[in-house]
Each structure stands twice: as C-alpha cells, then as structure tokens.
Design a protein around this ligand. Structure first.
Ligand code: SAM
Length: 258
C-alpha cells in the first residue's frame, strides 16, 4: 500500500508552494470547482447538509462550494497537518478536521458519521488503482441514501497521442497565464514533473466511472472535462429508486413547452 508520509505532500514546503501558486498552474481551477458547486446546489437541497472534502488542502474546494453556506457542516480530511492548519484558519475554526491519509481511511475505516455530500479535488490520483476503487466503495458506504459524490481530478488519457496533446495544451495554458500576468514562466515544467512524479498514479476516466458504478453509485457521469482535468461523480440511490422517480425531478411535472 502506498504511504502518504513518504510522498512529497507530507512536506510543509510542498503544501505552501501549492497553496501559493495553484491558480496559476491548474487550468480553469476555479471553473472546475464551480462545476462541483453547481452540482452540489442542484442536488443537495436538504435544509442541513453534512459534507466531507477528501484531500482538502487549505479548503479551496469546500470554500468554493459552500464556505459561507450556514446549512453545510464541513468535515475536512487530509494527510497533511500543515494543509489542515491552513484549512482551519481559512474556515476560522468552523470545521471538523480529520488528520488521516486515504490509505489509513480505507484500511481502518474510522467512524466519521454519515454524509450527504462527499467531494475531492486533485488528490485521489495519488492512490493506486486498487486504493481508488476501495475509496469509492468507502464513499458509497459513508454517504446517506440520496447523497452525492463529486471528484475533480487529473486522469490518464485513453491513448498516448491524446495524453501528449493534453499535456501540450496544459503547458500552453501555463505559458499564456504567465504572459498575461507579465511574469516569468517558472511553472512551465509542471506538466512534465507531474508525468514523471512517482506519487502521481492517475487512471483513465472510463475505469474510474466503472469503479463508481461497481461501488453502487447511480447516474455516474463526467460533468466537465478540460484535457486531463476532469469533474465526475455519482449519486447513492434511495432504497433502489432513481432520482427521477424520487422528488428531485418528478417526470410528470416536466412540461417541454411544445
Ligand atoms: C493538489 S492538493 C489539492 C488540495 C485541495 N483539494 C485543492 O483543490 O486545492 C492534494 C492534497 O491531497 C493531499 N493528499 C495527497 N495524498 C494524500 C493521501 N494519500 N491521503 C490524504 N491526503 C492526501 C495533500 O496533502 C494535499 O492537501
């Protein structure tokens, strides 16, 4: 099993560098989080929502989704103590933090209670394929019926040529971003270090969507994609009925206006 403590994310300086510059080198970072916020708002309509952010970092995704939304109680989980400290500061202490690695989470399964929404950004690709599939099963088990899972992550392209093109587009995005800001392009080699880094073990979208379905999720889909950066997820059905049959979108009420 992979070990968080041996990874570069265990170092406080890696955490700080990411927090300082992620908006520059992650293409459309805010849009990716915006898609998760939109999914959350469309499908998590209960009065009070308990939500979990896996690999929360400094809480960028959870803040973008509902940092100011008083009906959401956030539980933020990360293997990095220094990231959790930043997240707690950003939420002014109004969150529960859990200092545990994904590997410990899926092997020890600490009881964190049930959730209505689970999300994760740019973290799950650090797990091996087997660990990812077990984590999706954990998420399904931890969600209350009717709850949703949304993942933002880098994925492996299904063909080498596509992967090459996606990485080229990523390099170009960083270059243009640096140019627009009038800065030297010091982040230009990040797509190459991402590809070479042993801590990055992305899998294709197809196998991850299949693993979500195998874990029991319904309405599994890709919500947005820009090169290797993808937003995908699914829904835990309520006692075997689909969401269309439940109250979210009663089909009988649909008027196409023709
Ligand atoms: C690229 S950062 C993303 C942070 C945040 N989600 C965001 O979107 O800004 C990856 C995060 O995942 C955490 N992480 C990486 N591997 C992990 C693991 N095996 N267990 C728990 N957390 C992990 C890192 O500590 C870091 O906070």
């Amino acid at each position: 099993m992979s070990q968080f403590q041996k990874s570069k994310w265990a170092k406080a300086e890696t955490a700080q560098a990411y927090v300082d510059h992620a908006d520059i080198f992650i293409p459309e970072r805010r849009r990716l989080y915006g898609v998760v916020k939109s999914y959350f708002e469309a499908f998590c309509t209960a009065g009070a929502v308990r939500a979990l952010d896996l690999g929360c970092g400094d809480g960028a995704l959870s803040r973008a989704i509902g940092g100011e939304d008083g009906r959401v109680s956030w539980v933020l989980l990360d293997g990095s103590e220094s990231m959790l400290g930043k997240a707690q500061e950003n939420f002014a202490g109004r969150v529960q933090v859990v200092h545990v690695s994904f590997q410990e989470l899926i092997s020890r399964q600490p009881d964190l209670g049930g959730f209505d929404f689970i999300c994760s950004a740019l973290a799950i690709h650090h797990l091996t394929w087997r660990e990812k599939s077990v984590l999706f099963k954990y998420c399904h088990q931890a969600l209350n019926p009717g709850g949703c899972l949304a993942v933002v992550d880098v994925v492996l392209a299904p063909a080498g040529g596509l992967e090459h093109w996606y990485l080229q587009r990523w390099r170009k995005w960083i270059e243009e971003k640096a140019l627009a800001a009038g800065r030297e392009n010091v982040f230009g080699n990040i797509p190459d270090t991402y590809k070479q880094g042993p801590e990055n073990t992305p899998d294709t979208l197809a196998v991850q969507l299949a693993a979500m379905e195998e874990a029991g999720f319904a309405e599994v889909d890709v919500f947005y994609k820009q090169g290797i950066f993808s937003v995908f997820g699914g829904y835990k059905p309520k006692a075997g009925i689909s969401r269309d049959e439940a109250d979210a979108f009663p089909l009988g009420a649909y008027d196409p206006g023709l």
